[in-house]
Design a protein around this ligand. Structure first.
Ligand code: GN1
Ligand code: MG
Length: 375
């Protein structure tokens, strides 16, 4: 925990306008710590402690975010939009606070490293914006889908190679390597009590690897994607229109299917990601259709046959991967995700598994819906 005066000092490292009048925690992120900074006579800002245990190369990550946001801003300008509202703005360091070493280093003015070794970064807060934890109407799911479709379109001609901020993030082959190691390590001594849950993962190992082989052999293309498209990572305006996509920490080269699948995992869930009441958890076909329609309204003509043909499967893939990641973290003793109580990762595992089962049960309908909407 940081005291108010420590946080004020951190804020003073950045090029802010006005006089800082408050720094308050914001949002339920699982990885980073986020604060909103208010000023008198200036705008509001978002300050984040970037979790460097999870993102080993924060400078590389900040470089990605700068490049991507600058590219999107250019696109927004060309379309006559407002680049300050329809893209995130990275706030650089206050030049007067930069040491010679920071000045020389890669992306050195995009973050501040404090005395505890923690990395901090700042962006502008977009006034009049809001986020949702849940998509309550198909209209919102449609707009969310359109927002991610537009984001992918804006980045479709982005060619600068991006740093891989988390190794093998949605690469299930790499996830299985980590999984096998976690089982062998049995760090928290929980493996013996989890034979049923481990069976859920093992029984689907082959079909998931078969899918990923198509990415590895180039049948499914790789593009610049967001990779963490849950609804809370989108800013909407007061009328429910998408302003921009936020949380660009995992923006890198991957398949467009991962963005689609992760969004479906989030938008269509009738329950919460960590619902204890499994009877509330299922995939809403209505939300699936709405999101897909919004997404395809922006991307239809730009996806390959193989992408279109695997959209429905990608929802199963990412939800399966999420079951694996929550369970693996539980097996590891809860070292990755923030947890609110001791069994939290196990509860998340069960809730996401129920969602996966619901997708599997409705799979034929999902495939049919994509086909109809994709024509
Ligand atoms: C994390 O950072 P946040 O809270 O938006 C995670 C995602 C998971 C998600 C589950 C870098 O997202 O991959 O899908 O939690 N991000 C990272 O809610 O691991
Ligand atoms: Mg994130």
């Amino acid at each position: 925990m940081y005291t108010d005066s420590e946080l004020s000092k951190i804020v003073s490292m950045f090029s802010t306008e006005g006089t800082v009048s408050g720094i308050k925690p914001l949002g339920p992120g699982f990885i980073n710590d986020t604060f909103i900074v208010s000023t008198e006579g200036g705008p509001r800002y978002i300050l984040q402690r970037k979790n460097h245990n999870i993102f080993p190369d924060v400078p590389g990550m900040m470089q990605n975010i700068l490049l991507v946001t600058e590219h999107i801003k250019k696109k927004v300008e060309q379309e006559g939009g407002d680049p300050m509202r329809e893209a995130m703005t990275v706030v650089r360091r206050n030049p007067a606070t930069l040491s010679g070493e920071e000045r020389e280093s890669r992306a050195g003015d995009l973050y501040y490293r404090d005395g505890n070794g923690n990395f901090w970064a700042m962006t502008l807060f977009i006034e009049g914006s809001m986020t949702y934890e849940k998509a309550d109407t198909p209209a919102l799911a449609y707009k969310g889908g359109k927002g991610i479709g537009k984001f992918q379109a804006q980045l479709s001609d982005f060619t600068t190679p991006l740093n891989e901020t988390i190794k093998g993030f949605h690469n299930i082959r790499w996830r299985f390597t980590q999984w096998d190691e976690a089982l062998a390590r049995n760090a928290a001594g929980r493996v013996a009590s989890l034979s049923e849950e481990i069976g859920w993962i093992e029984s689907r190992r082959k079909e998931m690897l078969d899918f990923w082989t198509l990415v590895e052999n180039g049948s499914i293309p790789t593009r610049v994607t967001h990779n963490d498209t849950k609804i809370s990572n989108i800013l909407f305006d007061k009328d429910g229109e998408v302003l921009c996509v936020i949380d660009l920490d995992t923006c890198m080269s991957s398949t467009s299917l991962n963005d689609f699948g992760d969004a479906i995992r989030s938008y269509t869930n009738t329950g919460a990601e960590d619902d204890r009441d499994l009877s509330k958890v299922s995939m809403s076909m209505e939300m699936f259709k709405a999101y897909t329609e919004g997404y395809l309204s922006e991307r239809k003509g730009n996806l390959t046959e193989s992408e279109l043909g695997h959209l429905a499967f990608s929802a199963r893939y990412i939800t399966y991967e999420q079951v694996l990641r929550f369970l693996m973290d539980y097996i590891d003793g809860d070292t990755y995700y923030k947890t609110a109580y001791p069994e939290h990762n196990l509860v998340r595992t069960h809730a996401q598994y129920r969602l996966l089962q619901s997708m599997e049960a409705q799979y034929e309908d999902m495939v049919r819906a994509v086909r109809e909407l994709g024509i």
